[in-house]
Design a protein around this ligand. Structure first.
Ligand SMILES: [Zn+2]
Length: 205
């Protein structure tokens, strides 16, 4: 279940199973701003050494470890790790942040999925990587979809596409925030072509 606390949303089931996570709102400011981002990350994770991708609307997903701390990985839209203490992050303003968690094997993933990435099946690919690289059973996987633009505001049902890819891959535990970035307290690229971004981040404890 998605819950709100002090300027951010978090998925409480993920947190309960040891994957501390959140997606921010406008109340915490632009997360492309280093000072804003550093303050938040240090408060929540005790470190601002996030690993993120360049986010080029492709379907490349990388498996990462602590050696990538503080790095922006080129040509990457999705990240997966089995290491505790590694912070994965994506920046969004309408696209979907999709958290993927194998709560038995303790593997976490975070994907930036927009219209183009979804058309390249980035969510399906992420689940495939969990299964092929870590032996995950899709029945043990829990997926959470953070704030994103809704069908009424965008004309395309992005979260339905993501859910379809998850279900086809055998993932039925899906927690969709159904929070719309266009109408809520979020940065929305479609609404005003803003360069400001929210951050979604996750770390296994
Ligand atoms: Zn909407």
């Amino acid at each position: 279940m998605w819950k709100y606390k002090k300027g951010l949303y978090y998925e409480s089931e993920l947190t309960k199973y040891g994957a501390k996570n959140f997606s921010t709102t406008t109340f915490l400011g632009d997360m492309k701003n280093e000072k804003n981002r550093k303050n938040l990350l240090e408060k929540y994770f005790g470190s601002d050494a996030i690993i993120c991708g360049e986010q080029v609307h492709n379907d490349n997903i990388k498996i990462v470890t602590g050696k990538y701390f503080g790095k922006v990985l080129p040509q990457t839209d999705g990240l997966i790790t089995r290491e505790k203490g590694v912070i994965l992050a994506v920046f969004t303003a309408d696209c979907l942040p999709v958290f993927i968690f194998d709560k038995i094997k303790k593997i976490i993933g975070l994907v930036h999925a927009g219209r183009v990435g979804l058309s390249k099946h980035i969510v399906s690919k992420a689940i495939d990587m969990f299964v092929k690289n870590f032996g995950s059973n899709s029945a043990d996987i829990y997926a959470a979809i953070g704030p994103h633009i809704c069908k009424q505001c965008y004309g395309i049902d992005l979260d339905a596409l993501a859910e379809e890819q998850l279900k086809k891959a055998g993932v039925s535990n899906i927690s969709n925030s159904k929070l719309c970035t266009y109408t809520g307290d979020f940065f929305s690229y479609r609404r005003n072509r803003t360069k400001k971004r929210m951050i979604s981040a996750v770390m296994m404890l």
